[in-house]
Every structure is written in structure tokens, then in C-alpha cells.
Design a protein around this ligand. Structure first.
Ligand code: BT5
Length: 325
């Protein structure tokens, strides 16, 4: 009921709607509408009520990542149809894996804070309250398990594209980082549950630093946020853009078996193609030249002895010669 009320108020784009109209739309009394408005205000919606004019939303306070805010005018068919929002959680990926079998494809878990945010290979992902976007998307594509890493590339491409739509030029550090001004603003963690020839589900985890101004010492040299780089963009707008861009590229991949658009974006926005990079694997460190991303999404590099090698994501980490990129 309250979802409907806020939906109608949001539809007014900041204009007034009278209590009478609202009660007609929803089919409950004006007094009942007022009670719901009171609760919405307590939830953080800055709703103004003016005698004889009705109600209007002054702003979306705190830019909360709720279903109501994100799903409003979201131009997507399945991604974001259901959004489960937490104030705090251990890890959205862990929770998504717990419920994935019983959820439809496209369900999103999003939290204002993660207390146990995870990177790849058991690494930690800092996810402070209200500072960023910490979300997981449940996917059930009809692909072979070995093809799952391509989902990471689709995610990277959609993050770069979404931020570009909002005026921010980022680069993609293959396979799973998004870079702004030579530092990491976003990381992707794709996890798979599969049988030998069948994917049960994929959990796509996306972390984006939006409002963080101070990073812990461990990552202060390599991490940045949109606010820190002077891009004051609403988290809700970023999430919406990512979900829309992601769905377009994802449908092309799973419905038309077409990887081209994702690959084009990954190449065009690549932070590493044409550069010398270090490949880190276990304890070894090898200097190579990065040539291209091939049609499967793997990285093509030239080694010191001039041989060409194809690198599959997940095998290695990459560092720039002079720093993180
Ligand atoms: C990643 O791993 O970059 C994947 C991060 C995925 C996070 C999302 S948030 C929603 C979902 N739920 C989860 O629990 N996780 C996903 P990796 O490439 O392994 O990078 C991890 C490394 O990045 C760490 O070892 C730090 O050096 C650095 N790091 C940690 N937190 C960071 C942050 N907030 N911003 C930038 N760098 C960070």
C-alpha cells in the first residue's frame, strides 16, 4: 500500500497531489492515507503536506537504495523487478547465494552497509554505511559454466557505460575493476553455482565507491570515490543506469549469443590495452605487453620473449608498471 502511495507521489516529479486524489487512486480513506504518509516520513521520505494542496516530495533524502526509489521509471524487463534492501548485512553476495535457488532471475540484493564485504580470493571489500553501492544480482543464464566469467565483462562494460551516461569517464581494468583517475572506484565479484554442463545460478556482486571521502590506510593509495573526484551523483541514478545498461548487454549475450557490444566497450574503455603491465600469479610477477581482449573476452598479452599468450580471467591479478593501473 505504502509502495503505491510513494510511487504516485514520485510520479508527480515534485508537484502536489491532493489527499482526495490519492485516496481515490488507492481506494482508502484520506485519514488512512495520512497515516501512511506519517510512516513514509519516518522512513526518511521528505514529504511536505500543505493545506488544500496536498502532498509533495521535496527531495529523496539520503538517496536511499530502496525498491521504491530504484524501480521508479526503471527501464528494464527483469533486472530489478524485485529488490531486497538492507540497512546492514554481512555480504550481499552471501545472502544472494542463500536465496538464489528460490528467486527469479533479476532479483537484486542491495545494502547500505556490508560488515563482511568480499573481494576475489577471500580478499576484503570495504563497504561503509551510505558511502557506496553494494549490490548483488541473481542471474540464471542458459550458458555453460566455463562461460560465466563473461558476465564480469558485461558488468564492467555496463558500469563504465552507465557512468559515462552520467558524465563520468572511467576505464575498465580487465577483468573486474573500474578505474577513475588511475584509482579503483568499483570492483566486481562474479560467483557461480553449477553442475558440469549447467549453470544453476550466478551471483553478480558489484561494489562502487560513491560518497567515501576517507579510505582506510590499506587502500588509500589505490581507491577513490565519485565524490572524492568531485562527481556528486545520486546513488539511485547510478544503480538505475547500471541495471538498464546491464540488461541490454546481458540480453544480447544470452538471447542473441552476441558478445560484440560488450567487447567493444571493454576495448574502448580499457585501462590496459597497449600498455605494459605486471601479471601477478601466486607469487610470481611477469612484465608483459597487453595487446587486446579477444572474442571470448580473454586478455591477449605479449611476453618478453615475444610469444603471445591468452590469459583467462580469474587466473591472474594485474598491476600497472608505475602504480595500480
Ligand atoms: C573486487 O575484488 O574488486 C570485487 C569487489 C566486489 C564487491 C561487491 S560489493 C557487493 C558484493 N558483495 C560482496 O561481498 N562483494 C560484492 P578484488 O579484485 O579481489 O579486489 C579486492 C581488493 O580491492 C582488496 O584486496 C583491496 O585492496 C581493494 N579494496 C577493498 N575495498 C575497496 C574499496 N571499497 N574500494 C576500492 N578498493 C577496495
Amino acid at each position: 500500500m505504502r509502495d503505491k502511495i510513494i510511487e504516485i507521489i514520485l510520479d508527480q516529479d515534485g508537484g502536489f497531489i491532493s489527499g482526495e486524489e490519492l485516496s481515490k487512486y488507492i481506494g482508502i480513506s484520506r485519514a488512512a492515507i495520512w497515516k501512511h504518509i506519517k510512516i513514509l516520513k519516518e522512513e526518511g521520505y521528505n514529504i511536505e503536506s500543505v493545506n488544500k494542496k496536498g502532498y509533495r516530495l521535496i527531495e529523496i533524502p539520503k538517496d536511499l537504495l530502496t525498491y521504491k526509489n530504484i524501480n521508479h521509471k526503471l527501464n528494464a524487463k527483469i533486472i530489478g523487478n524485485k529488490i531486497i534492501h538492507f540497512e546492514t548485512i554481512g555480504s550481499t553476495n552471501d545472502y544472494a547465494k542463500e536465496i538464489a535457488s528460490n528467486e527469479d532471475e533479476g532479483t537484486i540484493i542491495i545494502s547500505e552497509e556490508q560488515t563482511n564485504g568480499r573481494g576475489r580470493l577471500g580478499r576484503q571489500w570495504y563497504s561503509k554505511s551510505y558511502d557506496g553501492i553494494w549490490m548483488s544480482v541473481i542471474l540464471k543464464p542458459n550458458i555453460m559454466p566455463y562461460e560465466a566469467p563473461f558476465i564480469t565483462l558485461i558488468a564492467g562494460a555496463s558500469i563504465a557505460k552507465a557512468l559515462k551516461n552520467l558524465g563520468v569517464e572511467t576505464l575498465i581494468k580487465w577483468p573486474n575493476d573500474v578505474i577513475l583517475n588511475d584509482k579503483k572506484i568499483s570492483g566486481i565479484l562474479t560467483e557461480l553455482s553449477a553442475e558440469i554442463e549447467r549453470v544453476n545460478y550466478i551471483v553478480l556482486g558489484i561494489g562502487i565507491n560513491v560518497k567515501t571521502m576517507e579510505f582506510s590506510q590499506e587502500i588509500s593509495d589505490i581507491a577513490t570515490s565519485l565524490y572524492k573526484e568531485n562527481y556528486k551523483i545520486s546513488r539511485v541514478d547510478i544503480v538505475k543506469n547500471i541495471l538498464e545498461e546491464f540488461e541490454k548487454l546481458y540480453f544480447k549475450y544470452v538471447n542473441e549469443n552476441s558478445k560484440e557490444e560488450t567487447l567493444d566497450i571493454c576495448r574502448k574503455y580499457s585501462a590496459i590495452i597497449g600498455k605494459e603491465i605486471y601479471l601477478l600469479k601466486n607469487k610470481s610477477k611477469e612484465l608483459v605487453k597487453c595487446l587486446d581482449i579477444n572474442k571470448d573476452g580473454n586478455l591477449i598479452v605479449e611476453k618478453k620473449n615475444k610469444t603471445i599468450q591468452e590469459i583467462v580471467s580469474g587466473e591472474v591479478s594485474i598491476r600497472g608498471v608505475e602504480g595500480y593501473v
